[in-house]
Design a protein around this ligand. Structure first.
Ligand code: ATP
Ligand code: MG
Length: 496
């Protein structure tokens, strides 16, 4: 097969970090190439080099036989490189068609863009991708999965030959992943190559032809997906084998610490449940089932319309975020960029800010203790950084997520709500987080874990509550765990 893209000896250095160390690999025409590696391995950095978003110190990019040493976003686009970043670059108030043609003037006549032509071509491309939606629709009305398709359409309109997708499955609901795969297969049939980044290794076996593996900024190997096992992939990625994915624990489950009685709000929402001391309670449900809504009410971020939340037997009254903090309830939110971390501040500052209250007397802060906490969590979670003074914005995606987790743990809350805690986190670090969760409940803390990853729910929970359209659709205890049962309860097909 012909090579469409070659990355040749690329080195990229940031202060204190060699993000890419003399990396070379290539992409063949019409293939789906997986790019994998631990958090901070350099995946996003190499993508940004190929798309011209950043400039490497040395090395070059060859696109269809033409060698470039200084790519800019415009040149890369023109040469046929399209990127769907994890954070979408769409203007919410504009229509689908306007977004697809953003920055491109089509058939300009006397300075006026040809809107009719833009609409026609947008409609064509959306239909080709198998999406039936009016291109006049404002982007803010779309689901995340639909927005992702608009991003793909944006690349395709530019006649993209290599479509790069940075963790595309992390930002859309599980149920939409198959549809995204369908689109990828369509593009492939048209001869488009795809570079696919993901921490969900199962996905590679479904959609990718070859896999390139990075470790610590270095290229490790490229293999045919058909010839490699998941175990080998992990060994190449983290340099060792990973035994028992879900470590066992020895925790005593005690009295209820968080009880929810007839909680309602936001329309159809109506929930009863209890979380016990020493327990990891899984919360399953399809998107829109009310999982995140419930999490926000429990930590005081959102005020319920009616019903009660009892924390250690006492009713929560104020319903403010500060109330949640006072009651010792910590939330690792789903959206780390919006609500989780202070991106413009350092790792140290982010971890310390939550620990201040517990480690100050009157207005004197115990700096030594705070420093210790920062160091402890930085180490336990293995945040990849030259220094804790690094701004969170400069960390890789998965390492930002680790800061969010560290920040909540540093506050030493007894009740923890984890909303998709391992999203974007690599297999090795995932296991570290699972171990940490185990030790927390062994210490008598309680965890409510919201997750879309069935494996994680089944592997970590003592009990799983399944939400369906804002109410508790059912409950399954550990000895009766079964994926089918949970999916049935989540979709409302129950035969009890
Ligand atoms: N702007 C920056 N300033 C300083 N360091 C940076 C910057 N951008 C990236 N880095 C560092 O470069 C390294 C590679 O980061 P990169 O984002 O490419 O990792 P990744 O493989 O995409 O990880 P993840 O799976 O977590 O997304 C990391 O150590 C990261 O901290
Ligand atoms: Mg990344």
């Amino acid at each position: 097969m012909a090579k469409i893209l070659e990355v040749k000896n690329v080195t990229k250095i940031y202060p204190g970090v060699v993000a890419l160390d003399d990396v070379s690999f290539d992409v063949e025409a019409g293939e789906v190439l997986a790019l994998i590696g631990e958090n901070g391995a350099g995946k996003s950095t190499v993508i940004k080099t190929i798309s011209g978003a950043i400039q490497a110190e040395s090395g070059s990019i060859v696109i269809e036989g033409k060698e470039y040493t200084k790519l800019t976003p415009a040149i890369a686009k023109e040469a046929g490189i399209g990127v769907v970043y994890q954070e979408f670059n769409l203007v919410p108030s504009l229509s689908i068609a306007e977004n697809i043609f953003l920055g491109d003037k089509v058939g300009k006549t006397r300075g006026c863009p040809d809107f009719k032509e833009m609409k026609r071509r947008s409609q064509d491309i959306m239909e080709e991708l198998g999406v039936k939606i009016d291109v006049n629709t404002q982007v803010q009305m779309l689901s995340t999965a639909q927005m992702q398709i608009v991003e793909i359409a944006k690349a395709m309109i530019k006649n993209c030959k290599v479509l790069i997708m940075d963790e595309p499955s992390a930002s859309i609901p599980m149920a939409e992943v198959q549809n995204m795969f369908r689109i990828i297969r369509k593009l492939k049939a048209r001869g488009v190559s795809v570079i696919y980044i993901s921490h969900r290794l199962e996905e590679l076996f479904e959609i990718c032809d070859r896999v390139t593996i990075f470790r610590d900024g270095k290229y490790v190997t490229t293999q045919n997906v058909a010839d490699i096992t998941k175990k080998d992939l992990i060994r190449y990625m983290i340099g060792r084998e990973l035994t028992e994915k879900f470590p066992s624990r020895n925790a005593q489950i005690g009295e209820p610490v968080l009880e929810v009685q007839d909680l309602s709000g936001n329309g159809d929402f109506h929930i009863n449940m209890a979380l016990h001391k020493g327990e990891i309670l899984g919360l399953a449900g399809l998107v829109g089932a009310g999982r995140t809504e419930l999490a926000k009410m429990l930590c005081g971020d959102v005020k319920p319309d009616s019903g009660k939340i009892l924390v250690r037997g006492k009713q929560m009254t104020a319903h403010s975020a500060a109330d949640g903090v006072d009651l010792g309830i910590g939330l690792v939110p789903e959206d780390r960029k919006q609500e989780g971390a202070f991106l413009e501040y350092s790792i140290e500052w982010n971890i310390a800010i939550m620990a201040l209250r517990q480690n100050s007397k009157w207005s004197f802060m115990d700096f030594k203790k705070i420093d210790e906490l920062v160091e402890t969590y930085n180490e336990t979670l293995d945040i990849k950084t030259p220094t804790v003074k690094q701004l969170v914005r400069n960390l890789s995606g998965g390492n930002q997520q680790k800061v969010v987790v560290a920040k909540v743990l540093a506050a030493q809350n007894d009740i923890l709500i984890f909303d998709e805690p391992t999203r974007g986190i690599d297999v090795g670090a995932k296991q570290e987080i699972y171990k940490l969760m185990n030790s927390l409940v062994e210490d008598g803390k309680s965890i409510l874990m919201i997750s879309s990853e069935m494996e994680e729910l089944l592997g970590m929970s003592d009990r799983i509550i399944v939400l369906h359209e804002g109410t508790v659709g059912g409950e399954v205890s550990k000895n009766n765990f079964c994926q089918e049962k949970i999916l049935e309860l989540a979709s409302g097909i129950v035969e009890e």
